[in-house]
Design a protein. Structure first.
Length: 141
């Protein structure tokens, strides 16, 4: 049996592919962060509209936030409003808080956030598809 011939393969475009992939991942991260923040803003507005409005402080405390990197978003309520937890969950052992049934899953923010969370995956998939379509791939040299 004769020895095998050496085969040489020259791969072109690997550096450009790598740069393109990094660019694509970055654009998906940025666009997803924007989309998630938009969802958090919707949840914030829905929650603010649902909570009881005596003084308006609780509704005004509803806030959507992004992390420092801009990739994730959250929604919260009650910053600086000491009765927010009681309004959301009820319960309490002292007489001032008695009479409001404790609801583990919350009344306003948590149900809204859970419903909104179901929208995250479809929004992420749509955002990724949009960014893939927009991606400009460098020409191999």
């Amino acid at each position: 049996m004769a020895p095998a011939r050496a085969i040489s393969i020259d791969v072109k475009g690997l550096a450009e592919l790598t740069r393109g992939m990094h660019s694509l991942v970055g654009s998906i991260d940025e666009a997803s962060g924007d989309a998630f923040y938009d969802l958090a803003q919707i949840a914030r507005a829905e929650t603010a509209a649902k909570v009881p409005h005596r003084s308006g402080r609780l509704a005004a405390s509803a806030a959507a936030r992004r992390d420092a990197a801009g990739n994730t978003a959250s929604v919260g309520i009650g910053d600086g409003v000491p009765y927010a937890g009681w309004i959301e969950f009820g319960g309490g052992k002292d007489p001032q808080h008695a009479g409001r049934k404790y609801i583990k899953r919350g009344r306003y923010l948590y149900p809204t956030a859970r419903r909104t969370a179901r929208e995250l995956r479809p929004v992420a998939e749509l955002t990724a598809r949009q960014q893939i379509k927009r991606q400009h791939w460098p020409t191999p040299h």
